[in-house]
Design a protein around this ligand. Structure first.
Ligand code: LLP
Length: 452
């Protein structure tokens, strides 16, 4: 008979909620036992809208968009920030992006539909995706999107044919795979040589794609795109990508007399999920990335292109939190304490999928030290259904409210209805007001697609 190994214990982390503000939304305040966001008491929000619930600090989102916009414009006036909608997408979010003067990147017909519902200026929409369907291509062209990032020859042919049939000329840029292994989780590296995304430089595919694009009627071939991955801490990966891209662009100028008017360097800037994470700032990113572009334009005497950057996570991740209610607490002596909440892998798959880490605290015990180590687990039928593993937490009991920080990116977007769980609602808080921007799903929503 084998005996289950005792879990290797992490030292308790006595920090209170107030010590976690570094990874919290900007307007989160902890005053003794009371925690507010956007001037609203978190416990009141939980009571009014129920849990599980995503709560976003609108000021934080606006601040991040404005920082990107202003830091890049200062270093490089001919630049635009393209919010990657896949990080968190809903009508209210798209409206905020438009109001802050940023562009948006849509990765599907669905994200395009949300942008249209938000009244987003279509000339500021960039259409992405490694396998856009014919219908999606037509929808994007009909909508009048500003630019496509193209990944395949088939896609270029389809864009050319449809644009011509509509008497239009569609701007495109070609996604190039510069062969960079960014320092991040393998699942979210995207520019390795063996990636499904884009055209490789080294095997000649990128050059062939350019030659092909230049022959196509109905297409305005405007430049190049690369995206090296996500949650990147090391800015040298970007410098490497910029150097590789400009060497390629210079070769293309010599071989094809083609000068890129647009250079899109993708997204990927990392964010702090835990208080121990030390990512680069937006200002550092802007300065290093545009510094590399300046250096390359000068080295190759290359005309300065318009530059685009596509941040997703670094706009919304730290702006968002998830509130849960504790349903039960179970301690297996010598092994672990399981704090079970009313959500789980359906509203945050990132822990199960990437082993992501988060900071959490008990809202109604915010002034107490986090002196218990536990697994915050969900309510779904899998042992891997963990929201935060080995989390320091205040002692808690059924009915307490838990706040998990840093859940603003890729949680709501990757949510599922596993176990027919209804997906949480989303609220924005600002200046003492809460507004529901996505309502919680209902059983009617779950039944809507059943044919019976
Ligand atoms: N541009 C392109 C072409 C992308 O594919 C992505 C993300 C972005 C921009 C935005 O990257 P960000 O700034 O958010 O890192 N589900 C994963 C992340 C997948 C990222 C996919 N592409 C996660 O939860 O970590």
């Amino acid at each position: 008979m084998s005996i289950a190994p005792v879990r290797e214990h992490v030292l308790p982390d006595y920090m209170k909620a107030v010590d976690l503000l570094k990874v919290a939304p900007r307007t989160m305040a902890v005053d003794g036992g009371k925690v507010t966001l956007g001037g609203v008491d978190l416990l009141d929000i939980a009571k009014r809208f129920g849990t599980a619930l995503y709560v976003y600090d609108e000021d934080h989102i606006r601040h991040q968009l404005a920082s990107y916009r202003d830091e890049f414009k200062t270093c490089y006036p001919q630049s635009n920030v393209v919010y990657a909608a896949k990080a968190f997408c809903c009508v209210a979010m798209d409206k905020v992006v438009a109001e802050e003067g940023c562009y948006i990147d849509v990765a599907s017909g669905g994200e395009l539909a949300i942008a249209q519902a938000a009244g987003f200026p279509m000339e500021h929409v960039i259409a992405q995706g490694n396998n856009k369907s014919e219908l999606e291509i037509e929808q994007c062209i009909d909508a009048g999107v500003g630019c496509f990032v193209v990944d395949t020859h088939e896609e270029m042919e389809r864009i050319s044919a449809y644009a011509q049939s509509k008497g239009k000329t569609q701007r495109i840029i070609i996604r190039v795979c510069p062969g960079i292994e960014a320092d991040t989780h393998a699942y979210i590296q995207t520019a390795n040589e063996d990636s499904k995304f884009g055209f490789n430089i080294r095997n000649g595919a990128a050059e062939q794609a350019l030659s092909f694009a230049l022959t196509l009627p109905g297409v305005d071939m405007a430049g190049f795109h690369c995206h090296i991955g996500s949650q990147i801490f090391e800015l040298t990966s970007y410098v490497e990508a910029v150097n590789t891209m400009f060497a390629f662009m210079n070769d293309m100028r010599q071989a094809h007399d083609f000068v890129a008017r647009i250079f899109d360097m993708g997204g990927g800037l990392g964010i702090p999920y835990t208080i121990y994470d030390r990512p680069s700032t937006i200002a550092q990113f802007a300065s290093v990335a545009t510094g590399a572009i300046h250096a390359n334009c000068s080295e190759y005497d290359y005309p300065y292109p318009e530059i685009l950057t596509e941040p997703g996570r670094s706009i919304v991740a730290n702006a968002g939190i998830t509130l849960y209610t504790v349903g039960s607490v179970k301690t297996v002596p010598g092994i672990c304490t399981y704090v079970a909440v009313d959500g789980g892998m359906t509203d945050n798959i990132r822990t199960a999928l990437y082993g992501s880490k988060y900071e959490a605290f008990v809202v109604n015990n915010a002034d107490k030290p986090r002196d218990v180590i536990c697994d915050i687990v969900g309510k779904h039928c899998e042992s891997g259904d963990v929201v935060v593993k080995n989390s320091p937490l205040q002692a808690c009991t059924a009915g307490d409210i838990i706040c998990v920080l840093g859940t603003g990116a890729y949680c709501n977007e990757m949510a599922s209805n596993y176990n027919k769980q209804v997906r949480p609602g989303v609220v924005f808080v600002k200046d003492g007001e809460v507004r529901e921007v996505v309502r919680r799903e209902t059983y009617e929503d779950l039944l809507r697609r059943d044919v019976y």
